[in-house]
Design a protein around this ligand. Sequence first.
Ligand SMILES: C[S@@+](CC[C@H](N)C(=O)[O-])C[C@H]1O[C@@H](n2cnc3c(N)ncnc32)[C@H](O)[C@@H]1O
Length: 235
Amino acid sequence: MRALLKTLFAVAVIASAPVAAQEGYANTGMSLDGIGKSYMGREIAAVMGFQGAEWLDRADRAKEEGTDKLLPLLGLMPTDVVADIGAGTGYFSFRISPLVPQGKVFAVDIQKEMLEIIDARKTKSHITNVVTVQSSIADPLLPANSVDLMLLVDVYHEFSLPREMGQAMVRALKPGGRIALVEYRAEDTDVPIKTVHKMTEAQARKEMAAVGLTWVSTDSKSLPRQHLMIFRKAP
Ligand SMILES: C[S@@+](CC[C@H](N)C(=O)[O-])C[C@H]1O[C@@H](n2cnc3c(N)ncnc32)[C@H](O)[C@@H]1O
C-alpha cells in the first residue's frame, strides 16, 4: 500500500537538474517507482510528491514504523543543531524540537508545498526552533560545519543525485557530526515495501563511504521495518 501511494504521488523533480552528474550513475530502464537511473548499482526511487503529505502523518504510522522508539536512540543533546533532511510534513522535526531546546532543527525539503505545511504548523504551535529550508536536489543549502546530526528517514533512496547530496551534507556537518540514515530493510523479505524503496546495509555503507563518512553502527532490531545506521564525519 505504501509503495503504491508513493507511486501515485511521485513527482518529477529531476527535470531541471543543473548539476553535472559524477561517477557511479548509470541509466536503467524506467520502472514503475524508479527514475530510470541507478547509483552504485542501486535503482533510484522517484520522489514522493506533496499530494501524499497526509499519509506521512497517518494514525498507524507509530505502530507500523516504531517512530516513538527512534528519537531516543539518537543520543541528542539539548544544544544540538539537527537537520531533518527530506522533512516532508515535519513529522520528525516537531518531535525533535523539544529535545533540543537550546539548539534548533533545520527542516529541509525540496518541495515548497511540504515546507508550507511545516510553516503553518509552526505558526499554529508557536514553535520557534524549527527553521524551514528549501534545498536543491544536490545540496541541502545549510551553512558549512553547522549541524551536529542529520536525520534522514525514508528519503535517501529518493535522492536523484545521492553522491552530490552526500558531499554537500558532509560539508554542512560539524567535524565529528553524524548522519542517521533510516531506510527500510532490503534484506528482510517480510518488510512489505517495494525493492526500490528499500536499502541493504551493505549498499548504504558503500554509498556513505563514497562521500567520506565513517560507519559507526547499525541497529536493525529496534525498529520493526527499518535499519538505523549511524555515520560520522571526521573530527
Ligand atoms: C517519503 S518522504 C519522508 C518525509 C519524512 N522524512 C518522514 O519520514 O515523514 C520524502 C521527502 O524527502 C524529500 N526529498 C526528496 N529528495 C530530496 C532532496 N534531494 N533534498 C531534500 N528533500 C528531498 C521529498 O520532497 C519528501 O518530502
